[in-house]
Ligand binder design. Structure first.
Ligand code: BGC
Length: 735
């Protein structure tokens, strides 16, 4: 009897242990929001089959895709186990429906990650990135990105493929519009600001999205400004020019990165172990994931480094690309590659963990569905419109203003001409997400709002954006004759920049230049409004005009900020984030070129060798007087810190926002250095008659030092210059 009792007790204990073990197994720790992200990731991974793991690493599309550059057969039967979808719809319904399938019918209920290109706004479209950088106001850019994030997340998007921080120095490249210009530091600052705007303090927030730094790295060096082509980038240039914005973006917390299309000196970005694994993951410690660019894995075949999709999958995956965007390479080949030992299980697990980590951080496991809301609740909120308008205002650059023709006096009769005057569509630029042209205020409408009862507007279009039809010239001239001043609204069509939109010249089509030449015959002052997605060749137009305002593609606020500047309600404060060459033949031309051996020679015989408008050029309606640069010490040791200050006084007749750019120059170094390098910028409001002090805290290693071809930073003893405009001061660094 006793024996039976012991056996009974023993069985009871054993089964309790089993039940407990089973309970532990079924407890689905990964579903417990109180567990840490890492524990949840590990737990979930331990339950996944090889096939389930592989599916997490694929991205398909959902909804109607209108992007002509990226067409592919839609995958109608979306597997419930898919890792991610590019979400083209602008409301959450479809997303929620497909998410339900993933959460409720897949074995482990892993939610899908929905991504989309939210580049410069979602519905509230603000200026293109190149223009944003001309505002020199990262706080404003951060706010604009927060608006985009709110609109996107409330519409069913968790992840944006933005910011693009590709330093770009060739205006022929259409994608120059998508980045922050020619300078590495500027790209770094605005990239980080936009990441903060998108992600907020916590990407699980219901109005935040995960950011994606792209296109890692060097895409901006595309030869001759053509898209998708080769880039020749030495290790030195890679580090000097292209890496900083990515390094800073990773520090700012970018959840993900997108690898680039370009073949970097023989190793395409998609298969580049050095940049993706050695640097990004190992040195910088990034623990999110890398998504390929659209089709870029299978394009390793066209680039000649993979014989078929299977080899392409192997190369991209082993290099460090975790997610396959529309290649059909990982879904078809990764499992086999693992079984054949060509891809290690350890690497596969690491990749899956990276993707899951981002999903957990976004809160998708706990809140997989997007709450429903009306368009009115999520789009074009008054506060969002204000930010879009302010950013457009600050990104417009007054290039020229002879005899202070601007601002216009009240009572003027204004002839508004040119193909941009009444366009809504082209104001939005490329990558407009769910922007609606009808939301955009045309230049003409903006002028009407601004000058109501204060000036008379006359209108004639004059000509189209391109072509040879001059039949409208006479009407335009007659209209101009009737007026006191001409505002000619010129520019590029939206589709002339952006992806796969290179141009062989950065001049406007000759019909537009001819229109201005015809208007010049009237003898009336000519103000040019220039809307474009790239820097322009303006040397001929400059001669014909009295004032020129570079308005870029300003987004939906469009005509309002432009008209505000023309009327003097707004004092222009934008400065160029990219050089405007004298002509296309000067490209590549950028402010931070390296020193030449013969500065007195090596000039062009037929054109000037200097640009028409240099980096940071931009006029104001007021005058600023710069004092001398004062430094806290003329001699410092490498480890010391130093402060430089400059006082700027507004001596003109209007309040203004002034940006001070701090450059450094190193006359002699182990490696040759650029003629100057931007290290800091700051924008401040300076009221009429007021003086403001701008300060630069110099850290010798960060600000005076240089980087070598391995990405290591050094500072050498010797002489340096700190420069602001035409002011400079010398300092000496000792060991
Ligand atoms: C572009 C990326 C974009 C992706 C998804 C690619 O063709 O290069 O910038 O994010 O498509 O639309």
């Amino acid at each position: 009897m006793k024996k039976i009792r012991v056996i009974y007790l023993f069985t009871l204990i054993l089964s309790s242990v089993n039940i407990w073990a089973q309970y532990q197994k079924d407890a689905l720790l990964y579903k417990d929001p109180n567990q840490s992200v890492e524990r949840r990731v590990e737990d979930l991974l331990s339950r996944m089959t090889l096939e389930e793991k592989v599916m997490q690493l694929n991205q398909y599309t959902l909804g109607r895709n209108d992007n002509a550059n990226n067409m592919a057969d839609p995958i109608n039967d979306i597997p419930a186990e898919i890792g991610s979808l590019i979400y083209f719809s602008s409301n959450p319904d479809l997303r929620n429906q497909v998410q339900k399938k993933a959460v409720e019918t897949s074995r482990l209920g892993i939610p899908i990650l929905f991504g989309y290109d939210v580049i410069h706004g979602y519905r509230t479209v603000y200026p293109i990135s190149l223009a944003q950088a001309c505002s020199w106001n990262p706080t404003l850019v951060q706010q604009a990105c927060a608006v985009a994030a709110q609109e996107a997340r409330m519409s069913g998007v968790d992840w944006t493929f933005s910011p693009m921080v590709d330093v770009a120095r060739d205006g022929r490249w259409g994608r120059v519009s998508e980045g922050y210009g020619e300078d590495p530091y500027t790209n770094a600052v605005f990239g980080a600001a936009s990441i903060k705007g998108y992600q907020g303090n916590d990407i699980s927030g219901s109005k935040n999205v995960a950011a994606c730094l792209k296109h890692y790295v060097g895409y901006g060096a595309s030869e001759a400004g053509r898209d998708y082509v080769y880039t020749e980038i030495s290790r030195q240039t890679l580090w000097d020019t292209y890496m900083l914005p990515y390094e800073e973006g990773v520090k700012a917390g970018a959840a993900t990165l997108m690898s680039c299309f370009n073949d970097i000196s023989g190793t395409p970005g998609t298969a580049n172990h050095y940049i993706l694994t050695e640097i990004l993951k190992k040195r910088w410690g990034h623990d999110g994931f890398v998504v390929s660019d659209w089709g870029a894995i299978e394009q390793l075949r066209s680039q000649g480094v993979a014989k078929d999709r299977k080899e392409a999958a192997m190369k991209a995956f082993n290099a460090g690309v975790e997610m396959d965007m529309m290649n059909q390479c990982y879904n078809n080949h990764l499992a086999t590659l693992v079984k054949e030992g060509k891809v290690s299980e350890e690497l596969l697990n690491d990749a899956v963990k990276r993707v899951l980590r981002v999903k957990f951080r976004l809160g998708l496991f706990d809140n997989p569905y997007t709450p429903s809301s009306t368009e009115k609740e999520r789009f074009l909120l008054p506060e969002s419109l204000k930010i879009a308008e302010k950013l457009a205002e600050e990104s417009i650059v007054l290039l020229k203003n002879e005899d202070n023709v601007l601002p216009l006096k009240n009572g003027s009769k204004i002839a508004v001409v040119g193909p941009m005057a009444k366009s809504q569509w082209h104001l939005l630029g490329s990558w407009r997400a769910h922007g609606n042209a009808e939301d955009a205020v045309t230049i003409y409408a903006g002028l009407e709002n601004e000058f109501k009862n204060r000036a008379r507007l006359l209108y004639a279009s004059g000509c189209d954006f391109d072509g040879e039809d001059k039949s409208g010239f006479e009407e335009a001239k007659a209209t101009a004759r009737d007026a006191d001043v001409i505002i000619a609204c010129l520019g590029e069509k939206a589709q002339w920049s952006g992806e796969n939109a290179s141009r062989s010249t950065i001049a406007l089509p000759s019909i537009q230049e001819e229109l201005v030449a015809a208007l010049k015959e009237t003898g009336k002052p000519i103000i040019l409004l220039l809307s474009s997605g790239r820097p322009l060749e303006l040397n001929r137009l400059e001669k014909l005009s009295d004032a020129m305002l570079q308005v870029w593609q300003p987004g939906i606020a469009g005509g309002n900020p432009i008209a505000g500047i023309i009327a003097g309600r707004i004092n222009p404060s934008g400065k160029l984030s990219i050089t405007f060459p004298y002509s296309t033949g000067q490209i590549p031309i950028y402010y931070n070129q390296r020193k030449s051996g013969r500065t007195h020679q090596g000039k062009y015989q037929d054109i000037p060798s200097t640009p028409l408008y240099g980096f940071a050029h931009g006029l104001s309606y007021t005058n600023y007087e710069y004092g001398d640069i004062k430094i806290s010490s003329e001699k410092i040791r490498k480890k010391d810190k130093l402060t430089a200050e400059i006082a700027v006084t507004n001596t003109g007749g209007m309040d203004g926002m002034e940006t001070v750019h701090w450059f450094i120059y190193d006359p002699v170094s182990t490696t040759s250095r650029p003629v100057k390098e931007l290290k800091l910028f700051e924008k401040q409001l300076i009221r009429e008659g007021e003086t403001k002090v701008f300060r630069f805290e110099i850290d010798p290693l960060r600000d005076l030092g240089f980087i070598d071809g391995n990405g290591d930073r050094f500072v050498e003893a010797g002489e340096y210059y700190v420069m602001v405009n035409d002011k400079k001061v010398k300092l000496e660094v000792e060991d």
